[in-house]
Write a protein that binds this ligand. Structure first.
Ligand code: IVH
Length: 674
């Protein structure tokens, strides 16, 4: 056998399949087959070390740890961008372009590329004769750091381009981390007590600036190419062509880059991207608008730090600073005491924020937050605002430490922090705060969804002692409600009608509403599938509960204890007297098409809404997972599926398209297509 030839073959094969997997998200072979080729290459290279080249796929895991980063002088400076914040700023950008280009141009002769501005770290990749020679950070724009070994660990960066005849190109792009990967990394760091990364840019920078590339390799980084140092190195005449050309060379480019015929088109595109950004797998902080034609880019040229032909239009900030005025301790439904920061009201990403969760005691101690501190606050997507860190430089010595209370702020019962648990809890089952929270949960959308009994009204009824426990809800009378502040005859009638309509909830929904610890929607539906009625569940044994697939020790004993508590039993008697009777649920039938299967959705579905898809699964006896876990059996991947898809593949899970999923529901199984 010609070893050299086989090695070349294997490298080509591995490159092609890595490209399909990491860049096109469209693999042709299984992970097992890929590993077999890879191992064969490793073996041959080990036997013939003289044949190892730096661009071999075997060289990805990175070399030895470095002592320090070497400096790299960029042949052409890596510029930054000027910012725009509004449609007016974008129009002013075009006015400047037209003034600079002089009379021969009109607005109609300018077209643009609009690209997402990915929040990560700018890097330069130098390819010579198609092979990755060097990678570096932007640094100060003229000099950066050599992070070749670190960049080689990123699977979506090709070590060789599809065209080995190109003498040299300097590709520019962004290294970043998906939201999910960042969340997981931070969860890990929370456990190990390491400081959390405030945003994907810090996470990407922190991961790339590791002297030991083996650490970078563990960090699920991604790369998207967006430009080139010198457009005359390419056969392209516009940014649009450049992106397709880079894609054809095997480099990942954004699918969201969009040609715009006019600046108004770009303004429309900005609104679209702003609406889309939270559904993306990664964080984008704006949109970059670039004059499309290279000959015009050349005429426009650069200013000191930024090109004249491009501008970054930023989304409203999602991080800002404000003062931490005080800390309030909230008692939740399960007794968990959560510290909440009360902030001087401030606008973050278009919303006024005056409160932010501090999660738990470990979190605020680790961040060393103090009352009176100036703090960095962030809102990511639609999630609740969060305090990222204190700005230590702004302290004047008058800041006060935050002290975790030893007793419940509501019922004064001693608080308990179990060993190894982050949560401090009020363990008094009669604590009014817990009771109120449970009542709010019972009536909320996650519970029986009783319209008109939201948080505010429930607080009012609870404080007036009209509703102190769940059965009280069903005993409410018109004359008790109609005269209350903010109520009238009509609203009283409406609420009473909604309560009446909630008297026969499906068993699973009812169990979720009760708020039994460790019983969320999934466990509740398992119980519903196993027990024909609530009465069956009330008399069941620990053994029977433990036999249910998907119910663990903790949940089983929580359920068992709950139904054997005398006050719970009294509550059920009163509920029954009030006419509340949970409807027997759908029994688990072996012949239901999806029984025993656990589904997760990712990406954008085109025919079904998420709610419809979930309902289809439930109606067919399946379960729904919220993250990729071992328990999950099927991942339904819609368009633009990202990290969940990757993880599911790594775990060897079954991946379905939306169509295949629909087929499975309609035919009971997948018809063989290949
Ligand atoms: S073009 C000369 N395109 O934004 C052009 N930059 O503030 C320079 N960025 O340092 C950059 N996505 O890290 C360009 N599609 C994109 C980008 C992008 C993100 C970053 C890049 C740069 C910063 C400029």
């Amino acid at each position: 056998m010609d070893v050299e030839k086989r090695i070349r073959e294997l490298r080509l094969l591995l490159e092609e399949h890595a490209h399909r997997y990491y860049v096109l998200d469209d693999p042709l072979i299984s992970d097992g087959e890929y590993d077999r080729f890879f191992n064969e290459l490793l073996r041959l290279e080990e036997e013939h070390p003289e044949l190892v080249t730096p661009d071999s796929p075997s060289q990805r895991p990175g070399g030895v740890p470095l002592d320090k980063f070497e400096q790299v002088v960029h042949r052409l400076p890596m510029l930054s961008l000027e910012n725009a914040f509004s449609a007016d700023d974008l129009r002013a950008f075009e006015d400047r372009l037209l003034r600079f280009l002089n009379q021969d141009m009109t607005s109609a002769s300018l077209s643009y590329m609009a690209e997402p501005k990915v929040d990560g770290l700018a890097v330069e990749l130098i390819y010579e004769q198609g092979s990755l020679l060097q990678g570096s950070t932007r640094g100060d724009g003229s000099k950066g750091e050599d992070i070749t070994a670190q960049l080689k660990t990123i699977s979506s960066i090709p070590l060789r381009l599809k065209d080995p005849s190109l003498p040299r190109i300097e590709v520019r792009g962004e290294v970043f981390m998906d939201r999910q990967a960042l969340t997981e990394l931070n969860q890990e760091r929370l456990l190990t007590g390491e400081p959390l990364f405030a945003n994907p840019r810090n996470a990407a920078a922190g991961s790339l600036r590791q002297l030991d590339p083996a650490i970078t390799a563990k960090r699920s980084l991604r790369f998207l190419a967006y430009g080139i140092a010198d457009s005359s190195q390419t056969p392209c005449s516009s940014q649009e062509e450049l992106l397709s050309w880079l894609g054809a060379l095997g480099l990942p480019v954004s699918e969201l880059a969009h040609p715009c015929a006019s600046i108004s088109d770009a303004i429309d595109r900005f609104a679209q991207l702003a609406a889309l950004r939270h559904s993306l797998a990664y964080e984008i902080d704006g949109m970059v608008v670039k004059v499309n034609a290279f000959h015009l880019q050349q005429r426009l040229g650069n200013k000191a730090r930024a090109p004249r032909w491009a501008i970054a239009c930023k989304f409203p900030a999602t991080q800002t600073t404000t003062r931490l005025v005080a800390v309030e301790f909230q008692v939740g439904r399960t007794g968990a005491v959560t510290p909440v920061a009360l902030l001087a009201p401030v606008e973050v990403g278009g919303v006024t924020v005056s409160r932010a969760t501090l999660h738990n005691r470990d979190e605020f101690e680790r961040k060393d937050l103090r009352i009176g501190d100036t703090v960095l606050v962030q809102r990511a997507g639609d999630v609740i605002p969060e305090v990222v860190k204190a700005i230590v430089e702004k302290r004047d010595g008058r800041e006060q430490p935050i002290i975790m209370p030893t007793h419940c702020p509501v019922c004064s019962h001693a608080l308990l922090k179990a060993e190894g648990e982050a949560v401090t809890r009020c363990v008094n089952p009669h604590c009014p705060a817990q009771r109120l929270r449970s009542l709010i949960h019972f009536c909320s959308k996650a519970g029986l969804d009783i319209e008109g009994l939201g948080k505010k009204s429930m607080e009012q009824l609870f404080n007036l002692k009209l509703v102190e426990d769940i059965p009280d809800i069903f005993a409410l009378r018109h004359e008790q409600l109609a005269g209350l502040e903010g109520w009238g005859d009509k609203s009283a009638d409406n609420v009473l009608a909604a309560i009446e309509a909630a008297k026969q909830p499906p068993l699973g929904k009812f169990l979720t509403a009760l708020g039994i610890r460790f019983v969320g929607e999934v466990t509740a539906s398992l119980l519903e599938q196993t027990f024909p009625t609530l009465e069956h569940l009330m008399v069941t044994s620990m053994e029977t509960l433990l036999e249910i697939e998907g119910i663990g020790e903790q949940a089983a004993s929580s359920i068992f204890d709950y139904f054997n508590d005398s006050s719970v039993r009294e509550m059920f008697v009163r509920l029954q007297e009030a006419g509340v009777a949970a409807k027997a649920g759908q029994q688990l039938q072996g012949n239901q098409p999806l029984s025993g299967l656990v589904f997760l959705f990712t990406g954008t579905l085109t025919t079904l809404s998420r709610t419809e898809a979930k309902k289809l699964i439930k109606d067919n006896g399946g379960q729904i997972a919220t993250t990729v876990t071992q328990k999950m059996t099927h991942l339904v991947a819609g368009e633009k599926a990202g990290s969940k898809l990757k993880k599911a593949k790594e775990l060897g899970k079954i991946i379905l398209t939306e169509n295949e999923f629909l087929q499975m529901i309609h035919h009971g199984s997948l018809t063989e297509t290949e």
